[in-house]
Design a protein around this ligand. Structure first.
Ligand SMILES: Nc1ncnc2c1ncn2[C@@H]1O[C@H](COP(=O)(O)OP(=O)(O)OP(=O)(O)O)[C@@H](O)[C@H]1O
Ligand SMILES: [Mg+2]
Length: 274
């Protein structure tokens, strides 16, 4: 058990090959806080996001991730989402033939069905209906207004020919519709232009203003994203562990000094080279 709002404790995760990627990761987030995780390529950032999502390729060998007192690592993915966890991804997939609106409606309805099933001892009642279309349209229009997205966007095919900024807009729109309590955003900045960075950042900050209790965990490489998303806490992930935590100034320091000063020498303990 954990009395923290969100707490990852001693998380160890390995790939199917048996290679261990996360090697005892600890992280606590309180409601309303914005945290950033930074770290070099291959340090395990996306592995953390996939593990929180429940991706089958990532095997938890030790540790827990408590959200509102429950270990989410033992839950099905839709139960995690029903609990208010939202995970957005580094490489959103294109789904030709499915419009943004249809995709969002499916996402919302699967949440509604999961909630109905949970209230009925795990069995989906046969009379469960999705959100009525007029209510869905209204919800979508409101979310699009908050995020200043053009109306025509909802009718486009998801990620099919989308620019980086448009992919991000669809992702943030999904977040606005699902109204999560904790959003985990895995943002590789490579390939994201200034527009896309701005979409993510402004969207996240707007949704956070609307719901100041929403926690945010943003995973990123570059300090520049954090010029827009203002985290109160910055953590550095190297080789499967959080090796340093601090305030926003830590991100600036990383920009200036890189990661080498935080790396653990072979077989030794962490020594900082000042
Ligand atoms: N499905 C997979 N199959 C094989 N190797 C994997 C898989 N997922 C992750 N890895 C390996 O695990 C390590 C950590 O990868 P991960 O994607 O978590 O890093 P990352 O910190 O997100 O890196 P980046 O900054 O490049 O996004 C890497 O060595 C990667 O090659
Ligand atoms: Mg990654």
């Amino acid at each position: 058990m954990s009395d923290k709002w969100f707490e990852i404790r001693d998380l160890h995760v390995q790939l199917e090959s048996g290679k261990e990627i996360l090697k005892g990761l600890n992280l606590t987030i309180n409601a309303g806080e914005i945290h950033a995780i930074m770290g070099p390529n291959g340090s395990g950032k996306s592995t953390l996001a996939y593990t929180l999502m429940g991706h089958p390729n990532y095997k938890v060998t030790q540790g827990e991730a408590f959200f509102k007192g429950q270990n989410v690592l033992e839950m099905e993915a839709d139960t995690r989402s029903r609990l208010g966890l939202f995970l957005a991804f580094q490489y959103p997939v294109a789904i030709p033939g499915v419009t943004v609106a249809n995709f969002l409606r499916t996402a919302l309805n699967s949440r509604i069905k999961a909630e109905a099933a949970a209230a009925n001892g795990g069995m989906l009642p046969s009379n469960t209906k999705g959100m009525p279309i007029p209510v869905f349209r209204k919800t979508l229009r409101e979310a699009m207004a908050v995020l200043k997205v053009d109306d025509s966007f909802a009718g486009r095919y998801l990620n099919d020919g989308f620019s980086g900024g448009e992919k991000k807009r669809a992702e943030i729109l999904q977040m606005a519709m699902l109204k999560p309590d904790l959003a985990v955003l895995d943002e590789t900045d490579s390939g994201l232009d200034i527009d896309a960075l701005r979409v993510v950042s402004e969207g996240v900050m707007t949704l956070h203003e609307k719901n100041p209790n929403m926690g945010v965990l943003v995973i990123t490489h570059y300090q520049r994203l954090l010029n827009y998303i203002k985290p109160q806490f910055v953590h550095v992930l190297i080789d499967g562990r959080i090796v340093e935590s601090g305030g926003p100034e830590l991100a600036l320091e990383l920009e200036n000094r890189g990661y080498d000063w935080l790396r653990e020498p072979e077989g030794g303990i962490l020594v900082r080279v000042w």
